[in-house]
Write a protein that binds this ligand. Sequence first.
Ligand SMILES: *Cc1c(COP(=O)(O)O)cnc(C)c1O
Length: 370
Amino acid sequence: MSGDFLALAQPGVQKLSPYVPGKPVDELARELGIDPARIIKLASNENPSGPGPNVLKALNDALAELTRYPDGNGFELKQRLSQACGVNAEQVTLGNGSNDILEIVARAYLAPGLNAVFSEHAFAIYPIVTQAVGARAHVAKARNWGHDLPAMLALIDSHTRVVFIANPNNPTGTWFGADALADFLAQVPKNVLVVLDEAYIEYAEGTDLPDGLDFLNDYPNLLVSRTFSKAYGLASLRVGYALSSPVVADVLNRVRQPFNVNSLALAAACAALDDTDYVAQSRRSNASGMQQMEAGLRRIGLGWIPSRANFIAVDLGQEAAPVYEALLREGVIVRPVGGYGMPNHLRVSIGLPAENKRFLEALSKVLGRG
Ligand SMILES: *Cc1c(COP(=O)(O)O)cnc(C)c1O
């Protein structure tokens, strides 16, 4: 008789569902039997502009060293980040994407008998990393699709070690302001680590979104997590980072894999930091793409959740799954978010103007409003 290796998995893992990524272009091209060039993907909040020129050159230069292990301490990137963010290098932890940071936090601070607090409709990785280490998830009800920070505070108990908050949140695009964050941090017990996930912060510069770094000095229990996957356009290379107190960084450093960020990723991230024009251009292009998207949705007669990120959650007012499928047949990949408790919404990344136009036309067609 063989063992039941599902039943043998720890209980938190048995209850997990695997993360569902956006459908790859090549996969849909195979299924439809069409040229991948005819497909647009607005499903994973990637930067539609492709990587900047500095990055490609840095990657090319780094290729010669592929036989070597990467710098396990990420010395140069940490130096650059500490300058860019105005913190000490000992406050920086590098991750294989910021998902890695979230997982390292869970492995370092959570365990059976402990819990993490996060919001309904929050980023899918929070329950995964929490349950994977046998800890419990305390999920606060959302308010107007966004984080209800007072409700999250109320769920903190003596077994809570971590609170995950995303600003703006994915998949809703919702955000909270500096006052709400200040009130929240002032009330969270000092022995609870607040993980402020700012994956989209670069898109919100110059708006009413707070910069988590402004609070780091006052709150040693704050960790700000950021990524090169979104505005910096390096999703495939997997680089993210955390900014925290040196003590928390030291703890995370004990748990992370020694070579969690590869040499190409390190080189590209350093080059991307120099490319400030690229990020500014991406921000402008996203802002005008967001306007284009909102105007188009208004014409079609659909609602949406206002967003400060590079995507928008569209309210179809009906089951979204069949609309998602119909869009696929039009060669348009977006993201269904039923798994986030949002069965009537589709999350659509802001693309280039022609991609946004194509999405809006396809949506209007499949809804019979064209
Ligand atoms: C995309 C995203 C991340 C970043 O993922 P990476 O692992 O850095 O690619 C983190 N948090 C949220 C909320 C996201 O949407």
